[in-house]
Design a protein around this ligand. Sequence first.
Ligand code: AMP
Ligand code: ZN
Length: 134
Amino acid sequence: MKDDNCIFCKLANGEIPTATLYEDEDFRVILDANPASKGHALIIPKEHYANLYELDDTLAGKAMILAKKMINRLTDVLGCDGYNLVQNNGECAGQTVFHFHLHLIPRYKDDGVGIGWKLNELTEEDREDILSRL
Ligand code: AMP
Ligand code: ZN
């Protein structure tokens, strides 16, 4: 299903031209318009899924296999030193476009790209709470 009001549906299906790195029947891989680093790309399914929870299981697997293929190829092209794969679900997690996408963010030594979080101690209370209710 496509969503007429969704910009990523339009980008993924070629209705809006964009810098395309790869395309197949399920996905388009494009350069992010506001890159965190040189070569920051997005894997976008052609069908509309708001987030990972909605994504079809088969496509979820294919997205990860495609990510592996893209970063192998792009590492050679860009000469980067590492990669972050980032996938945001929900506004509080930083999702701004509500059509599933997987960020491929090349990392270069000392690039200063700020992907991270403060490290806390796992408390006994949290550990017991989570394990007991899972
Ligand atoms: P997120 O915050 O995880 O939802 O990521 C949305 C990403 O989409 C951001 O990195 C934006 O820079 C990117 N983005 C939004 N609109 C476009 C566009 N028209 N073309 C390419 N990238 C876009
Ligand atoms: Zn969409």
